[in-house]
Design a protein around this ligand. Structure first.
Ligand code: FES
Length: 157
């Protein structure tokens, strides 16, 4: 009889230990997935609008009128045959243009939180000028000169 009691106790112990381990694992997964951890990101990046750029000579031209670049603070991912660019309107006539290919492992950066660009692959964050704000990326994105006239942004490559 004492052996049976001991055996049941072991089973109960093992069952309890497994439940505790499972709960611990779930809690860890929940935290890793942003389930309420104080260190989880503050928000989900929004997808940038995609605009088409026209490549000619050594320039890429993008029409700002009627697009997300029409107002100060707007930004867009620009696709062109010359490559992918992130453009943001910083003032009435001022724009920034940077490469949209993440320097970490080459994903296309297509999200933003406020005025911060966010890579969808591993979460690297860049400012409008292309400097890394948070890794894993370590190198800045290349920045290009821009000009603005007649509602068209010109990126000089
Ligand atoms: S490819 Fe952008 S963070 Fe890894």
């Amino acid at each position: 009889m004492p052996d049976t009691i001991t055996l049941v106790s072991r089973r109960q112990f093992c069952a309890g230990a497994c439940q505790a381990a499972a709960c611990g694992t779930l809690a860890t997964l929940s935290i890793a997935c942003g389930g309420g951890s104080p260190s989880s990101p503050s928000g989900t990046p929004s997808m940038l609008p995609v605009l088409q750029g026209q490549f000619a000579g050594s320039n890429v031209r993008v029409t700002a009128a009627g697009s997300s670049l029409a107002n100060v603070g707007g930004a867009a991912l620009v696709e062109s045959t010359a490559g992918l660019f992130l453009i943001a309107r910083t003032s009435t006539t001022g724009f920034t243009a940077i490469d949209a290919v993440c320097t970490h492992e080459g994903c296309t950066i297509n999200g933003a939180e406020g005025d911060v660009y966010v890579c969808p692959c591993h979460g690297s964050r860049y400012n409008r000028g292309g400097q890394v704000l948070a890794g894993p990326a370590r190198a800045s994105l290349r920045q290009y000169a821009t000009a603005f006239a007649n509602d068209v942004v010109t990126i000089t490559l």
